[in-house]
Write a protein that binds this ligand. Structure first.
Ligand code: ZN
Length: 343
């Protein structure tokens, strides 16, 4: 930046994902001396981004960008642009004149959960285990008041997963309560709990869930000071203040005794979650069987359908979906976010 006169009126802007590793000489006054953090967009931001990208696309009347924005937490601008593009492609492939909410829903699943892998051959037994596993997540989450509502559950393989349960936060959260985190750990373990309860055996399918639950428990103890026994302390100082970059190393700054206590606390949180999940499933065994049977038959259950089954209602018969098209006679749900439609 040297060489510009004070009064030349040139402003230089640069972007980085790693401000933590920039040379301090770059950041001196007169150089890059202001920093603006551009975070992932919140719900208002996402709505605005969707509005920009759908400007030149014919939208059907049923498209509510606000609903779509609510259903895409965590997506960045490029991913939202991709979502709009996928929805438009889908509409074009089906020779539709306008992009409908249904196209957006399909595109959203593709962007957020990965491509459907219809060619993957799965044995009936494996499908059944996957159904019970996913319903384990669903049922436990439904019975925990602190947990996010279940948006959709599927046993159509996507990406590397054989089945998936998606949740939809009611509102954007920036901080998490202890109760919410414990609920997250509990429903993450719901899949394994269901497998154990029904099939009396363990599969590798729960590996990811267990990893997530353990990681959350570790953060609760080591970073967020949520353990009564270890108190409000940070264990394991980071190498340096890392601003946006990933955490690379952690220094161990505690004794061997504390290390043992930390491990015990993490274990306690995770096993408590497991016990809670097992208790919920045991108490709702009948609902578990009904939900799993419905999922096995339909391969996808939406939030409203899950609610209906839990209430003991029969779902209207639906033909199996194929080729990413809606089953005939089935209208897309009015509220794409899986909660009761608000009018
Ligand atoms: Zn799982």
């Amino acid at each position: 930046m040297d060489g510009f006169e004070q009064n030349s009126g040139v402003i230089i802007i640069a972007a980085t994902n790693r401000p933590d590793v920039l040379d301090p000489a770059l950041m001196r006054p007169g150089r890059f001396d202001r920093q603006v953090v551009v975070d992932r967009p919140d719900v208002k931001g996402r709505e605005g981004i969707l509005r920009v990208h759908t400007k030149n696309i014919p939208l059907a009347d049923d498209v509510v960008l606000e609903t779509l924005a609510k259903g895409t937490p965590g997506l960045a601008g490029a991913e939202l642009a991709n979502l709009v593009n996928e929805a438009a492609l889908l509409a074009a492939r089906q020779n539709d004149k306008a992009v409908t909410m249904h196209h957006f829903e399909e595109a959203k699943d593709k962007v957020m959960m990965g491509m459907e892998r219809k060619s993957l051959i799965i044995s009936e037994k494996e499908k059944k285990v996957t159904s019970y596993h996913e319903i384990g997540h669903v049922l436990v989450a439904r019975m925990l008041p602190e947990a996010d509502p279940v948006h959709k559950v599927t046993i159509i393989p996507r990406g590397r997963a054989l089945g998936l349960t998606t949740y939809l936060p009611i509102d954007e959260k920036h901080t998490y309560s202890k109760g919410y985190l414990e609920a997250m750990i509990t429903y993450a373990l719901g899949g394994r709990a269901a497998e154990r309860l029904i099939f009396k055996e363990l599969t590798t399918g729960a590996g990811n869930d267990i990893e997530r639950a353990t990681e959350l428990a570790r953060k609760m103890v080591c970073e967020w000071g949520m353990s009564d026994k270890l108190g409000p302390l940070t264990y394991g100082a980071r190498d340096e203040e890392i601003f946006l970059g990933r955490q690379i190393t952690r220094n161990r700054n505690y004794s061997e005794d504390t290390a043992i206590s930390i491990d015990e606390e993490i274990k306690k949180i995770v096993t408590n979650g497991m016990k809670r999940a097992e208790k919920i499933l045991n108490e709702n065994l009948d609902t578990l069987h009904r939900l799993a049977a419905a999922l096995l038959e339909r391969e996808i259950l939406e939030g409203l359908e899950i609610d209906a089954i839990i209430r003991g209602e029969q779902l209207p018969p639906v033909e199996k979906r194929g080729n990413g098209e809606a089953a005939p006679g089935k209208q897309p749900a009015p509220a794409a976010d899986g909660r009761a439609p608000k009018k």
